[in-house]
Design a protein around this ligand. Structure first.
Ligand code: COA
Length: 383
């Protein structure tokens, strides 16, 4: 029997912090309204240097360090995002290159705010099937780039950031125990960023508030989120053979404190065991669960052997939950100076490895052109 354990974790939030007060100069809102209706006080916003891929690389590096894993040993990089750097190439490939994960496959996964839980489900299944040994699952989002900064109903809610986990296969029982994913595409319009091949790439589409910005029906999302948290938590706990009360900590998607409070009531589950860092980071979509999980770890809220439920919901509509038996505390992952130096060396070597690949491709191309020119010359001279 193979199990999928979380052996490394890392998060990155951009340094720029935007307060509610700052937003009240942009749109007609107030700190009081935002705190009362959402629980959010600040969010991190990426500057021009940070993108979905660069934030993912920073979080991924940290996760590899905690796992003490050579990036060249990764089999797969999954990047959950709904704000990719480009439509093509995929963001995960940029991350794979940035990390020097020279033997890894890479793909993006878009399930909006449920993306990280979808990624964890896929990654764990690949390890349990025996196909792979080490998978990096990242949730990374530059939500600020798809915000309409004149729309007070959305721009106050979201923030940017990335969170990553290393999943490793092992015979040791524990790790990702049961997962459940769901979708209801009939409600696709409830939460949408209309940028894609259905939207002609025409500058006229960018004016009069019709740009590729987030549009949301907040009340509908609210109802869907509370219903989903209640149903899926019960489902996944039953599948794992434990009672809801046996879940030591729930790490939900960080959307709104009132959603979490309503779900706690419906589940008859203590709100102080539903982790929230919303106040500090707002809604970072696919990045929110791993960022929250790492904050919970730092605060000493997670211990080896604990049952942890991660639950996501968002655009699609999509939802998903994973029940995890937590394997390691941060103390278990504090490496000796010898191991830390080795890991630093591996990470430092990742850069030259990437460049060596580029130089090799350049040389191959140069050789190809040289041979072509030589063939042409031979033909011309009649030989
Ligand atoms: N500041 C001040 N007033 C605001 C505001 C803001 N930032 N945003 C909306 N309002 C106003 C509305 O315009 C409305 O005014 P009106 O009564 O004059 O028309 C009033 O506040 C109430 O709006 P309503 O939408 O009913 O508020 P709400 O209590 O439902 O809260 C949300 C709105 C968006 C905070 C809430 O619906 C929510 O959090 N939904 C879930 C959203 C979410 O989590 N999305 C991501 C999921 S992944």
């Amino acid at each position: 029997m193979r199990y999928a354990h979380i052996t490394g974790w890392g998060a990155y939030t951009p340094p720029r912090i935007v307060t509610n007060e700052e937003l009240s100069h942009l749109v007609e809102t107030s700190d009081e309204w935002i705190v009362e209706r959402t629980g959010i006080k600040t969010r991190h916003i990426a500057d021009a240097e940070d993108h979905t891929s660069t934030m993912a690389i920073k979080a991924g590096r940290e996760a590899l360090k905690v796992a003490n894993l050579d990036p060249a040993k990764l089999d797969l990089v999954i990047c959950a995002t709904s704000t990719p750097d480009y439509l093509m190439p995929n963001t995960a490939s940029l991350v794979q290159d940035g990390l020097g994960a020279s033997h890894a496959g890479a793909f993006d996964l878009n399930a909006a705010c449920s993306g990280f839980v979808y990624g964890l489900t896929v990654g764990a299944a690949m390890l349990k099937s025996g196909l792979y040994k080490n998978v990096l699952v990242i949730g990374s989002e530059a939500m600020s780039r798809v915000m309409d900064w004149t729309d007070r109903t959305t721009c106050v809610l979201f923030g940017d950031g990335a969170g990553a986990v290393v999943l490793e296969a092992s015979d040791e029982p524990g790790g990702v125990m049961s997962c459940r994913l769901g979708s209801d595409g009939s409600s696709a319009d409830v939460l949408k960023v209309a940028l894609g091949t259905r939207v002609p790439l025409n500058p006229l589409n960018m004016v009069n508030g019709n740009g590729p910005y987030m549009k949301m029906s907040g009340n509908e999302v609210f109802r869907f989120a509370t219903k989903t948290m209640n149903q899926v938590t019960r489902q996944v706990a039953a599948e794992a053979g434990i009672a809801v009360d046996d879940i030591d900590l729930i790490i939900p998607h960080q959307a709104n404190q009132r959603i979490l409070a309503t779900a706690a009531k419906q589940l008859n589950y203590p709100i102080d065991r539903i982790y929230s860092n919303l106040e500090r980071v707002g809604n970072t979509s696919a990045a929110s669960i791993p960022i929250a999980m790492i904050d919970a770890l730092k605060e000493g809220r997670l211990h080896a052997g604990d049952h942890l439920l991660m639950i996501g919901f968002g655009g699609g509509l999509t939802w998903g939950a994973c029940l995890v038996q937590w394997s390691y505390s941060p103390e278990d992952r504090r490496w000796s100076s010898y191991k830390r130096t080795r890991q630093a060396m591996r990470m430092a070597l990742a850069g030259p490895r990437r460049w060596a690949g580029r130089i090799e491709r350049g040389l191959d191309f140069w050789e190809l052109r040289r041979r072509r020119a030589e063939r042409k010359r031979t033909k011309k001279s009649g030989g």
